[in-house]
Design a protein around this ligand. Sequence first.
Ligand SMILES: [Zn+2]
Length: 391
Amino acid sequence: MILFLLLAALLPQQVLIATSRGQTSIPVANETGTAAVAAVLLAQPLGLTVSLDGTAAHVTLGNGGDTFDFDVGSPFVRYDGAAYPLVGAPYIARDTLFLPLHWLADYVPRLLPSRYRWDPWLARLDERPAPAPPVPAVAVAAPNPITGLRLAHTIVVDPGHGGVDPGNPGLTLPRGITEKDITLGVGKLLRAELVRRGLNVVLTRATDTLIELASRPLFCRADCDLFVSIHVNSMPAGRRQKQVNGVETYFVSDAKTEDQKRVAQMENDALRFETSPAGSGGPLGFILNDLQLNEYLRESARLAELVQGKVAAIHPGEDRGVQQGPFLVLAAARRPSILVETGFATNQQDGAFLGSAQGQRKIALAIADGVVAYLLEFERKIAGTGGGQAR
Ligand SMILES: [Zn+2]
């Protein structure tokens, strides 16, 4: 909130919209005490379209089809199934819909980081040409009031499986729900929480669709600091099937135990749903050869430790600790990367927790806590060595 009061003090008289088609100045209205922009003035520069249905306003940006839903008079915006609080509410004056500047300056660039960038000092929104060029981390003047972070960070959140690949079917999950639904639910909640804390987030999938394992890490290249993949564990049929429970967090490495091999095999098995042929020699050979040189291994282990600690603290099951395994989805990301097995769909208590909105929310908040704790450590470390940029 302090940040927004500060922004209010620096309230711009106008915002500049810069696109490949030119630049447009839009006046900022402040008649209700909320800095706002007339939606109609954004129509041309941003390709924005609005449909009003009573007090419900659906705002679509560009031809990307990204839709934000507002309710006139209500200080929230909904995007992709999650609600985000606004400083001030949208309102209608002189037959014109006004949208809070907070939405345009804050949520648009954070929820669509590959397409938009906001410069608070110039009050300028840049539409980035596709494909988006990498953006160096920007040092901010003061630490973020919620997290204490000083640098801009982008987190890639990867909800496991999707589309024709349901992941594990989940003996104990609510009827009709499989692993892919849990991972998508937790992934979207995690995105909402990280965005609320001022971080940039890219989801590898926001719908029920299959993204190939090998292309998931490609979301985490230049403009990415961390890669977090979300999954649900299961035990094979047998005596211990229903007993085993709890959360574990993996980073990529050679599997050391039978259990670790089983989980890696299970998650890499998504390959069989993919249509493009894997490279010769098998993907895992490549991963392991490359591992010795993986400078991110130690960082990944630390990230795994912090996230595991936070999730285990709120989880009804056991703390199964940090594990290592040769996960294809983690190996190609040249950033600290982890895979969280959020619980066992073969255990009654875990299944009920994972299938509940409350459980998914607790897991998402705990992962966000671990991510922020890691980034704070990372910023302290680079400040200590005189390094200048976040990765
Ligand atoms: Zn999985």
